[in-house]
Design a protein around this ligand. Structure first.
Ligand code: GLA
Length: 383
């Protein structure tokens, strides 16, 4: 993560609170493939990146916790005796959520101060929220010697999101941000919460993100709705999650489902399969096959699970005209954010120029190109 950002957050903390803080770096994530499969206890293939949230945190000398959101120049002060969600509280609810969830587990936290900032584009689907949640829980764990394991911490982060933010997310984002490894992506089984690491070295190719700059922030209801559909179909089949379902089983209940719900469930079943196949493609160094799976995944997201939007569809379609790109798909929860592309390194500059112009001409807004490095998960740094 950007060294200047780390120094800046550290300095801001010292100026505000006159003390030397602990510094936590917590990355955002990309996802090679596997969307909306995590809360179905299925498979995902994320990686932590070299952009994220930097948090400076230390014990408070008063009874209050004071949190400063550096990028927004906003402050939250609260007492540990009064921790509850704030309607439309935005970032405040990530902080309160983590503290509230710790309190629910009777884990004692004392007053603390915190300054945080980041370099993840907001609303781009790179999981700034999970990065922030993880940075707080990790910081508090260190500060108060709570002895929580990383696995326990990510569950607290996830619960904060469910109960304080109102998004019933799966575990992918928190897992990837916490457990990420340099140069590796993690094929995660969301049931066992065990992952296999895959070294990502695409030789002449690389991963490129194209941010549609359509913010996905206002679609929490759509997200929760997809989850309800999946739960409904699993219930009908008398299994705990869609992870336990195959295409034949789905056909048996097809007549009891609307076409739209059937397609959504089918997407999840097929997407799980695609994640497994992507692992095999990587083992075989078969980037063409991986690219093909990315295109299939986008097709499913667009037509079956219906979580795409015209801008993302355009960004994916356009790549098909360029043989230097092996595959592309929308990434994350959907309705905006980034596409992830496998592109020949030598074509990055030309394609970036081309898509920037074409996208601007079509939608009247800019897209933003990001290249990312796969990086280490949440950790403390010494400055
Ligand atoms: C969001 C959620 C994740 C996951 C993705 C879609 O990022 O936080 O848990 O469901 O959407 O794959």
């Amino acid at each position: 993560m950007n060294p200047n950002l780390k120094r800046y957050i550290n300095t801001q903390y010292q100026e505000k609170f006159n003390e030397k803080p602990i510094i936590v770096c917590s990355p955002g994530r990309i996802n090679l493939i596997g969307e909306h499969t995590d809360y179905n206890e299925g498979f995902v293939f994320p990686a932590a990146i070299d952009k994220g949230i930097v948090t400076a945190i230390e014990k408070s000398q008063t009874e209050l916790c004071t949190i400063y959101a550096s990028d927004l120049d906003e402050t939250l002060s609260f007492s540990l005796g009064d921790v509850q969600p704030i309607p439309n509280g935005n970032w405040r609810n990530f902080i309160l959520g983590v503290v509230g969830e710790l309190q629910k587990l009777h884990i004692e936290v004392k007053p603390f101060n915190m300054v945080f900032g980041g370099d993840l584009p907001k609303g781009a689907g790179l999981s700034s929220s999970a990065a922030l949640e993880n940075s707080i829980v990790y910081g508090l764990n260190t500060l108060f010697n709570l002895k929580l394991s990383k696995s326990q911490m990510i569950l607290i982060s996830q619960k904060a999101e469910h109960n304080y933010v109102g998004v019933r997310c799966g575990i992918m984002d928190q897992y990837a941000s916490m457990f990420g490894e340099e140069h590796h992506a993690l094929l995660l089984d969301c049931r066992s919460q065990k992952a296999t690491s895959y070294k990502i070295d695409f030789k002449d190719y690389e991963l490129m993100l194209i941010n549609s700059n359509v913010s996905h922030n206002l679609v929490d209801a759509e997200y929760n709705d997809r989850r309800l559909v999946c739960e409904h179909v699993a219930k009908l089949l008398n299994v705990p999650f869609l992870r336990d379902v195959n295409e034949d089983m789905l056909l048996q209940v097809k007549s009891q489902l609307s076409e739209s719900d059937y397609q959504k469930a089918l997407y999840v079943v097929q997407e799980n399969q695609r994640v497994i196949e992507s692992g095999k493609a990587l083992e075989n160094n078969d980037l063409q096959a991986l690219g093909g799976l990315l295109y299939e995944a986008h097709h499913g997201a667009q037509h079956q699970f219906k979580i795409s939007c015209k801008e993302l569809d355009f960004l994916v379609e356009e790549t098909k005209k360029h043989s230097e790109i092996l595959g592309a798909r929308m990434m994350g929860g959907g309705f905006g954010g980034c596409t992830i592309n496998i592109i020949k390194k030598s074509a990055v500059t030309d394609y970036s120029n081309h898509i920037s112009k074409t996208y601007q001409d079509t939608f009247g807004i800019n897209c933003t190109i990001h290249t990312v490095k796969l990086s280490q998960g949440t950790h403390i740094i010494e400055l």
